[in-house]
Design a protein around this ligand. Sequence first.
Ligand code: G3H
Ligand code: 13P
Ligand code: ZN
Length: 325
Amino acid sequence: MVNYKDLGLVNTREMFAKAMKGGYAIPAFNFNNMEQLQAIIQACTETESPVILQVSKGARQYANQTLLRYMAQGAVEYSREISGGKPIPICLHLDHGDSFETCKSCIEYGFSSVMIDGSHFPFEENIALTRKVVEFAHQYDVTVEGELGKLAGVEDDVKSDDHVFTQPSEVQAFLAGTGVDSLAIAIGTSHGAYKFKPGTDPKIRLDILKEIEEKIPGFPIVLHGSSSVPQDLVKIINENGGKLKDAIGISEEQLRLAAKSAVCKINIDSDGRLAMTAAIRKVFNEKPAEFDPRKYLGPARDALKELYKHKVINVLGSAGHAYDK
Ligand code: G3H
Ligand code: 13P
Ligand code: ZN
C-alpha cells in the first residue's frame, strides 16, 4: 500500500473548495504516456494552475499501474523543477472506475482521488456501490466522485446514443446516501469527438445545472465530456490524411459559464488526442523520411502544451490559482 501523501500528491477537497470560492474549474486532463504527462505538467506549472491527472481503466492497462505511480510521483518533482520552488497541487484521479475492486487497487497504488461510475446501475444500486467505495476511500483521505445520469458517447469502447439527464430531484438523496465528495452530472455533454449531430444547435443544459446547484448549494459538480473539438485541429488532421467527419464539441463559451458556477472539475481528453494526432499527421505528411519518434512526439507534446495553456487561461480560469491561500 502506497499513500498518495508520500508521493507529494493531494486529494480534491481543498482544490474544489478554492475553485468554488474563486469561480473557476480545475482541469482534469487524461494521460496515458510520458509526453502527455510532460505537456500537462509544463502547461499547468508555467501558468500556475492546480491540476487533476486523470487515468482511465484503459490507460492503467496501457501504461502499467507501477509505472503510473512513479510517473505521478515524478510529476510532482518535475513541477518543482520547472517552478524553481513549490510544485503546483497535483491530484492523481481514477477516471470512470467501474468497480469497488478497481477503486481499491488504485487507492493502494497511490491515487489521491477516484471516480466510481455507477451511473448505468439503477439508483439504489448506484448508491450502494458508491457508498462502499466512499467508506473505503475515506479511511485514507482519498476523495470520491460519483455520477448520476448518463452521458451519450463512447466510453471504454462502449457507445451509447442516448443522454439520460441528471434529475435534480435525485441529487440530495444521492449525496446523503453515499457521502461522495463531488458529483458528475449529465447535462448534454458526451464523450469523444462527435458530440452533436451536424445542423443541430450544439448547446448543453445549463438550466438543469442551475436547478442542481439550487438543490445542493456549494457542492462541487463535475462535467465529463467537455472537449471543444477545435475545428482548426480537425482541419489539420483531415488535410494530412485523416478522416474525421462532422466532429463537433462543446463551445468554450458554455464551458466558461459552467466553470464560473458550481462546476469545479472539467474533464478533457479528446481535445488532447486531436492536438497530438494533428501534429503527428503533419510531420508524417510533410517529412515522410522522418522516423525518429522524438521528431513527431516532440511537436505533438508542444501542441498539447499550448492547448492545455489555452484551456486553463481562457476557458477554465484556473491559471494563477495554484498557490492561493
Ligand atoms: O471518458 C473517457 C476518457 O476519455 C478515457 O478514455 O477509456 O479510452 O482511456 P479511455
Ligand atoms: P472528452 O471526450 O469530451 O474529452 O471527455 C473526457 C472525459 O469525460 C473523461 O472522463
Ligand atoms: Zn468521462
